[in-house]
Design a protein around this ligand. Structure first.
Ligand code: NAP
Length: 288
C-alpha cells in the first residue's frame, strides 16, 4: 500500500513509519513540511503524492499545556483530522485517526469502543472533536484509541522514571489513576494489521492489561535494575495539574480482537523490551 504517515517525527510516528516501510511504500511528513491545520498546506502536502491511506499521528499531546493554549490544541487535534478527512473523501483514500483514552470521563471500570465520549479536560475535548470529524467521512476511516504511550522518544513516562531513579532515592507516584500502558512498537503492529485489513470503525489499540502509574513505575524500576520499593504510592492531590485526569481510562479491545488480532503482548513485557533498548544503548533517545 501507498501510505502517508503524518507526525512522522513524533514518538508514535517514528515507530509506525519504521514498521510499515518494511512492506509498504511509506511517505512521512511532519510540521516542517506544512501545518496540516491550514487547509491549503494540508492539500499541498497530501496531493504532492496522493496515497491509498493516511495514518494521522500528528497531534498536540501536551495535556496540561492544552488548558492554556486551547486554540492551538484544537487546531492540531481537530482541524488537522478535519482537513485530512476532506482530502480523503476527495481521493477515496482511507484515514486512520489516532485518538486517546482521554475522550472518556474515567468513571467506571473501563470503556468499550462505542461508549459515549465525555472528556474531562481540553485535550480530551480536542481529540473528541477530531474523532467526530473523521466519523463524518464517506471514505473508509478508522479511529484507533490508545493510552499511556511510551517508546523511543525524548519524553515519556518510562524514560522519566528511569532518569529520576538515578537521581533520587525514593519517588512518589500516583496510585489512583488506572490505564493501559502501550508501547509504540506494539501499537504500530496493531495499526499495520488494521490498515492492511482495511477494517472500518472505532478500535482500541493498547498492550494487554491495566495498572496504575504507581504499578507502571515499579515495573520500570524492576526492569532498569532498581529496587521497586523505592517507588511509593500517593494520591493525585500530591501533584496538582492544570488538566483533570480520568480516574480509570481502561480501554477494552473487543473490536480489535474480533478482527482476529492477538494475543497482544502484556504491558509488562512491553516495558521490559523498551527498558532493554535503553540499557543496551540502542535507543535513538538514550537516558541523559
Ligand atoms: N503520548 C501519549 O501518551 C498518548 C496517549 C494516548 C494517545 N496518544 C495519541 O497518539 C498520537 C501520537 O502521539 P505522540 O505521543 O507520538 O505525539 P508527539 O510525539 O507529540 O508527535 C506528534 C507530532 O505531530 C506534529 N504536529 C503537531 N501539530 C502538527 C500540525 N498542525 N501539522 C503537522 N504536524 C503536527 C508534532 O510536531 P512538533 O513536535 O514540531 O509540534 C510532532 O512531531 C496522538 O494522536 C496522541 O493524541 C498519545
Amino acid at each position: 500500500m501507498k501510505i502517508l504517515v503524518t507526525g512522522c517525527e513524533g514518538m508514535l510516528g517514528r515507530a509506525v513509519t519504521g514498521r510499515l516501510a518494511v512492506a509498504h511504500q511509506v511517505r512521512g511528513v511532519d510540521l516542517a513540511d506544512g501545518d496540516l491545520a491550514a487547509p491549503a498546506a494540508a492539500r499541498r502536502v497530501v496531493l504532492a503524492d496522493p496515497p491509498d491511506w493516511i495514518i494521522n499521528c500528528a497531534a498536540w499531546t501536551a495535556v496540561d499545556a492544552a488548558e492554556e493554549k486551547q486554540d492551538e490544541a484544537m487546531a492540531a487535534n481537530a482541524a488537522v483530522p478535519g482537513n485530512l478527512a476532506v482530502l480523503c473523501d476527495e481521493l477515496g483514500c482511507g484515514l486512520t485517526q489516532i485518538s486517546t483514552d482521554y475522550v472518556f470521563a474515567g468513571t467506571g471500570d473501563g470503556f468499550d469502543e462505542d461508549a459515549p465520549r465525555d472528556p474531562v479536560n481540553h485535550y480530551g475535548l480536542t481529540k473528541a472533536r477530531g474523532e467526530e470529524a473523521v466519523e463524518a467521512m464517506n471514505a473508509p476511516w478508522q479511529i484507533v484509541r490508545t493510552s499511556w504511550l511510551f517508546g523511543d522518544g525524548p519524553s515519556n513516562f518510562v524514560r522519566t522514571i528511569a532518569g529520576l531513579l538515578r537521581d533520587r532515592p525514593v519517588l512518589q507516584v500516583v496510585n489512583d489513576q488506572r490505564g493501559n500502558p502501550t508501547y509504540t512498537e506494539d501499537l504500530a503492529a496493531i495499526l499495520e494489521h488494521l490498515v492492511t485489513g482495511r477494517h472500518r470503525g472505532i478500535f482500541h489499540g493498547t498492550n494487554h492489561g491495566s495498572c496504575t502509574w504507581y504499578d507502571f513505575a515499579r515495573e520500570v524500576a524492576l526492569r532498569m535494575g532498581h529496587d521497586p520499593d523505592r517507588i511509593e504510592p500517593c494520591g493525585s492531590s500530591r501533584y496538582p495539574r492544570p488538566a483533570a485526569r480520568p480516574a480509570c481510562s481502561v480501554l477494552r479491545s473487543r473490536r480489535l480482537e474480533a478482527t482476529g488480532y492477538g494475543p497482544r503482548p502484556a504491558w509488562q513485557d512491553a516495558v521490559a523490551r523498551y527498558c532493554e533498548l535503553l540499557q543496551t544503548g540502542r535507543a535513538r533517545f538514550p537516558l541523559d
